[in-house]
Design a protein around this ligand. Structure first.
Ligand code: HPA
Length: 278
């Protein structure tokens, strides 16, 4: 697979999607591990399998359906990614941003992104929801930045600002909706690691010291690409497990999928509220 994406490849995918749906989505939604059921309540949806979109990275992971669901939710036209590809599946980091580029060229202005994450913050428990207020991208710091390679000037500048990549207005709105619906929502910092192995206890103690509240293997590459192109981003972590800082427990993918069942109704209520108020 080629490392760098061209505008022609992006626009080919855009054409295919436009030919398969009557909708013009304005909001994009990425549903992470175990959270895909959120897409089931979209009205009169069009479905497009990732494998039918040229260049679209396909996920091989259990709990990721691998299709777009496009339709109306709370009066907004949304394009939902029911599952996502991850860096650890073998894609170049630049390819992980491909769907976001396509969304932008389709006219999407706001991205709501979700993931399953382990809790580093001792106040969090499985089933909780966290708004991502900022992120630590150890991968991007280490060189695996999704914007590496020739800059696509159609989207944004060579050196994009990242000081407000999670939209403060959307965060405030989400907190108000959580209060109104009596759903506890944490504010926290998400750290993205390459995966697929979970962290060692020493990894986790390090991540705690550097300021992470939740840890996962996704989201940050997509958010960097979205911020580059001027999209507003709202990010959520569904807390699926306590991170194992003292080595006393083990983390499994089944546990992550199980916690998703508790998180989906909460996230659905919050996201519906946000969409209705947007
Ligand atoms: N670590 C990394 N990624 C994860 C975890 C975790 O504990 N839980 C869900 N995704």
């Amino acid at each position: 697979m080629e490392e760098f994406i061209t505008i022609n490849q992006i626009d080919k995918a855009v054409e295919v999607i436009k030919n398969k749906t009557k909708y013009q989505p304005k909001v994009g939604l990425i549903l992470g591990s175990g959270l895909g059921d959120l897409a089931e309540s979209v009205n009169l949806a069009d479905f497009i399998d990732y494998k039918d979109i040229p260049g679209w990275p396909v996920s091989t992971i259990e709990g990721h359906k691998g299709r777009l669901v496009i339709g109306d939710l709370e009066g907004k036209t949304v394009l939902i990614m029911q599952g996502r590809a991850h860096y650890y599946e073998g894609y170049p980091i630049t390819q992980i941003g491909f769907p976001i580029r396509v969304m932008r060229r389709l006219g999407i202005e706001t991205l709501i992104v979700t993931n399953a994450a382990g809790a580093i913050n001792p106040d969090y428990k499985p089933g909780d929801v966290m708004i991502i207020t900022d992120h630590l991208s150890l991968m991007a710091m280490g060189g695996e930045n999704p914007l590496r390679g020739p800059n696509l000037d159609e989207f944004g500048p060579r050196f994009p600002d990242m000081s407000r990549c999670y939209d403060p207005t959307l965060i405030k709105l989400t907190k108000e909706i959580g209060d109104k619906k009596k759903i506890v929502i944490h504010n926290g910092v998400y750290v993205c690691l390459a995966g697929p192995s979970f962290e060692t206890p020493a990894d986790l103690r390090f991540l705690k010291i550097i300021g992470a509240d939740a840890v996962g293997m996704s989201t940050v590459p997509e958010v960097i690409v979205a911020a580059h192109s001027g999209m507003k981003v709202l990010g959520f972590s569904g807390i699926s497990n306590k991170a194992n800082l003292d080595g006393s427990t083990v983390t499994t993918h089944q546990e992550v999928l199980q916690a998703g069942k508790e998180i989906v109704p909460k996230l659905e209520a919050i996201i519906r509220g946000v969409l209705a108020a947007m």
